[in-house]
Design a protein around this ligand. Structure first.
Ligand code: SAM
Length: 209
């Protein structure tokens, strides 16, 4: 009797084990695909921009927001926004509209997914409006128009700073402020220079009226 029952159950148990194996395999496959996407897009992003993704620390971002008294009616651009960390935090701290430009796919996608989570997560319902004032563009910041920005943040590489300086001078609106981390503009004299909590230098440039 017992033997007969076990015999009947065996195919079901085998099917369940097979199903479990397939699910584990699919999860592993998904993981490998995500990893390949990150590696490939980081490599491609580096080939295009020659600038690796290195995030600014949260402590430094808070310091910048307080020191420059960025307000909720102002517009903040992050040139090369990576995973959006600067934009998310600046917006969270002061409510400013933040726009991030990024060419590397995986970091850009990360920022977009995080933004979606803010919009749709029931736990963060209060942040839905907030997410509408956060924009992430998969775009070369040199091809964007900087005229509406009150603050332009750049944590980039020295070889780019001549072009960033030129564009800021040509296109930045009067009174706007460029916040440049570590790699200063080659020609303009900064209006202010200070050290961040994590010992990085920040150069402030105000576009003359
Ligand atoms: C050092 S990371 C800084 C990331 C972020 N701003 C932060 O401070 O946390 C610089 C980023 O700029 C991006 N980048 C460089 N040149 C770019 C360009 N012309 N247009 C858009 N993004 C660019 C790179 O892909 C990289 O992710």
């Amino acid at each position: 009797m017992l033997f007969a029952t076990l015999w009947q159950r065996a195919p079901l148990a085998q099917a369940q084990t097979l199903m479990f194996d397939i699910i584990i395999l699919l999860i592993m496959l998904l993981f490998v695909l995500i990893l390949l996407f990150v590696i490939f897009s980081a490599f491609l992003g580096y080939l295009i921009t020659k600038v690796p993704f290195v995030p600014t620390s949260a402590e430094d971002i808070s310091f910048i927001v307080q020191k420059l008294t960025i307000g909720k009616n102002q517009i903040f651009y992050d040139l090369g926004s990576g995973n959006g960390k600067v934009c998310f935090l600046v917006h969270k701290l002061c409510g400013a509209k933040c726009v991030g430009f990024e060419l590397t796919w995986w970091t850009h996608l990360w920022a977009k997914i995080k933004k979606r989570c803010l919009q749709f997560s029931p736990l963060l319902r209060g942040d839905a409006q907030r997410a509408e004032r956060l924009l992430f563009k998969n775009q070369d910041f040199f091809k964007a128009n900087w005229r509406e920005a009150d603050f332009i943040y750049g944590y980039l590489f020295p070889f780019l700073m001549v072009r960033v300086e030129e564009k800021f001078l040509q296109e930045g609106k009067a009174g706007s402020i460029a916040i440049i981390r570590d790699f200063r503009f080659p020609n303009l004299k900064p209006t202010e220079t200070f050290y961040l909590p994590k010992k990085h230098e920040i150069y402030i440039y105000k576009k003359q009226v």
